[in-house]
Ligand binder design. Structure first.
Ligand code: PMP
Length: 352
């Protein structure tokens, strides 16, 4: 081994879902929105002459718009380059205890990657057999707690009284609730941030706002949490968010009618698709997200995943303990889901 190699930080990186080059695939593997962003975004005028100068390091326009939208003060909002950036920054800012942080055993697979990257000790807490988070597991002393609500890739929602139970037992550490999919769920933990000064709620524009390509995420919480996040961000990179993301992000927030309409559209398709899955012999936990986590009673998930891919339909398969017989299927358009159902029907019929 070369001497310098001893000082290289070695990490097992996160593996994102495949982004196929072929434009003709039905892409249901990364929980993107099948509908375009709002017309306000599509028709926004970008003053590209502005690219000459650095963007606003405080991202004020977007912070203000989001604060207004959520009924908060500007000092309660932090904006980052996708919620991955916000979460990575939050891990670095808030998880500095020698005690382990806690998160579920089946969850967003970036959490253990960031913990390893920043050398944060962690312990995972097993979901129950229905893939529910058990709040009683989060009572022991720890260095912080993080979980998505609804959880991914399981699509299971933790009711707010249970989120509150976790918060009540963790008053002395930061609790991060990753609400990437909350717009498809009954209730957000945002209403709790005044009561719990240690609660950070993280959101993204990548799913319900159809702007995964723009990379916009944000966090909301007590001004002291936001101040601490900003201090770390400004110690890392002042100009995280580019000019066009700021302008287009603001336009998206301004079109609430379209936002709500697209959420409803996805929910309607989800309802139809879930019934079809039941008819075809799949079981799945109740979904409160823009995806379903489904397992077939007789056909292995891996076989379906591979065959679907050959038929240009991409879904997500995780070869991991407890979930290796499940498929995570993003809700696409009605037409896309019909094509998938037709494929599943044929494949399952012919499988022996
Ligand atoms: N949290 C969860 C639970 C997710 O599934 C994702 C999407 N991969 C993210 C955060 C990150 O999303 P983004 O960086 O696009 O905001």
């Amino acid at each position: 081994m070369k001497e310098w190699m001893k000082n290289v930080r070695t990490v097992e990186p996160y593996v994102p879902g495949e982004q196929p080059k072929d434009a003709n695939v039905i892409k249901l593997n990364t929980n993107e929105n099948p509908y375009p962003p709002s017309d306000k975004v599509l028709n926004a005028k970008l003053d590209l002459e502005k690219l000459r100068i650095y963007p606003d390091p405080e991202v004020s326009a977007l912070v203000e718009e989001l604060a207004k939208y959520h009924g908060l003060n500007n000092d309660q909002v932090f904006v980052g380059v996708g919620s991955d950036d916000v979460l990575a920054m939050a891990f670095l800012t808030f998880f500095n205890s020698e005690k382990p942080i806690f998160f579920p055993d089946i969850t967003y697979s970036f959490y253990d990657v960031w913990a390893d990257l920043y050398r944060i000790p962690y312990v995972t807490k097993a979901l129950d057999d229905g893939f529910n988070i058990k709040p009683e597991d989060y009572k022991e002393a720890n260095g912080g707690v993080v979980f998505p609500n609804p959880n991914a890739p399981t699509c299971v929602y933790l009711p707010i009284d249970k989120v509150r139970e976790i918060l009540d037992n963790n008053r002395d550490v930061v609790v991060i609730v990753d609400e990437a999919y909350v717009d498809y769920a009954p209730e957000s933990a945002l209403s709790l941030i005044d009561e719990y000064d240690n609660l950070l709620v993280v959101r993204t524009f990548s799913k319900s706002r159809s702007m995964a390509g723009m990379r916009i995420g944000y966090a909301m919480g007590n001004p002291e949490l936001i101040k601490a996040l900003n201090a770390v961000k400004f110690s890392f990179n002042s100009y995280t968010m580019n000019y066009s993301s700021i302008v287009l992000g603001v336009e998206s927030v301004r079109d609430d009618a379209y936002f709500k309409e697209m959420i409803q559209k996805v929910k309607n398709t989800r309802e139809w698709f879930c019934k079809e899955l039941t008819r075809l012999g799949f079981s799945y936990p109740e979904t409160h997200t823009n995806f379903v986590f489904a397992s077939h009673k007789s056909v292995p998930a891996k076989a379906i995943f591979e065959a679907a891919k050959e038929n240009h339909i991409y879904v997500r398969y995780f070869n991991k303990p407890r979930i290796d017989n499940y498929l995570r299927i993003t809700i696409g358009t009605d037409e896309q889901m019909k094509t998938l159902v037709e494929f599943l029907e044929k494949f399952i019929d012919n499988y022996s």
